[in-house]
Design a protein around this ligand. Sequence first.
Ligand code: TYD
Length: 259
Amino acid sequence: MDALNPCDRAGSALDLRDSRVYVEGRQDKVRNEETLPRGLFITFEGGEGAGKSTQIRLLAERLRAEGREVLTTREPGGSPGAEAIRHVLLKGAAEPLGPTLEAILFAAARSDHVEQVIRPAVLRGAVVLCDRFIDSSRVYQGITGGLEPDFMTALERVTINGMVPDLTIILDIDPEEGLRRAAERRGTETADRFEKEALDVHRRRRAAFLEIAAREPQRCAVIDASGTTEAVSREVAEIVMRAMSERAGRSEAAEAGNV
Ligand code: TYD
């Protein structure tokens, strides 16, 4: 089997770190990246109204106060190309064309965002905080959109080209409470194409996020988002600080030639 051919590997178990190089031409680039100093890539996931953007803002303030370079960004969007696609997706213009086309549009936006914004920032040592990433596609398009797991896996691999989050924080909230909060925040604006779906769909999404966290405990941390903003932000900070000290420990060990 040709290890560089994503199609051959599409049915294999999902291990993105193992499959970071799928395009022959990008192989040297990825190898070089592994030897460079690297920041941290943290994604925030969860259902509607879980408080991701507030928690990202609070964490960014905290890390900046410590003197770190922090980049906050979001999906769909985050780069000029991806923001143009965001508009099409959230207004529901692609909805009548089916879930496959929507999934590919999310992927196109993500690929541009990764290459234009996320990868360069992480490579120069910044901490990148991203509101939604691969897990939203896995859940919204894959699980509740009903798309084939093999198709979603292959699409994800091509889209992120090895840019797997170092840490994913899943803010977990009862969908009824989340939708209430989202409606309150939105005011008189109409709900977007995904928020307006039935409560049962939001419940299935919550379960799917928790399932991902259970399958990938080394990457994902679940936080109960029903508490106060302050309590949730304390928990977020603790998890991030732990991830940072683990990363620092690994770098020191690597420098000392112990790994
Ligand atoms: P947004 O207005 O950014 O809201 P939220 O606060 O919920 O993040 O809306 C993004 C919507 O797009 C959200 O309903 C989830 C959906 N989405 C997907 O369906 N797939 C994806 O890959 C991403 C990134 C988002």
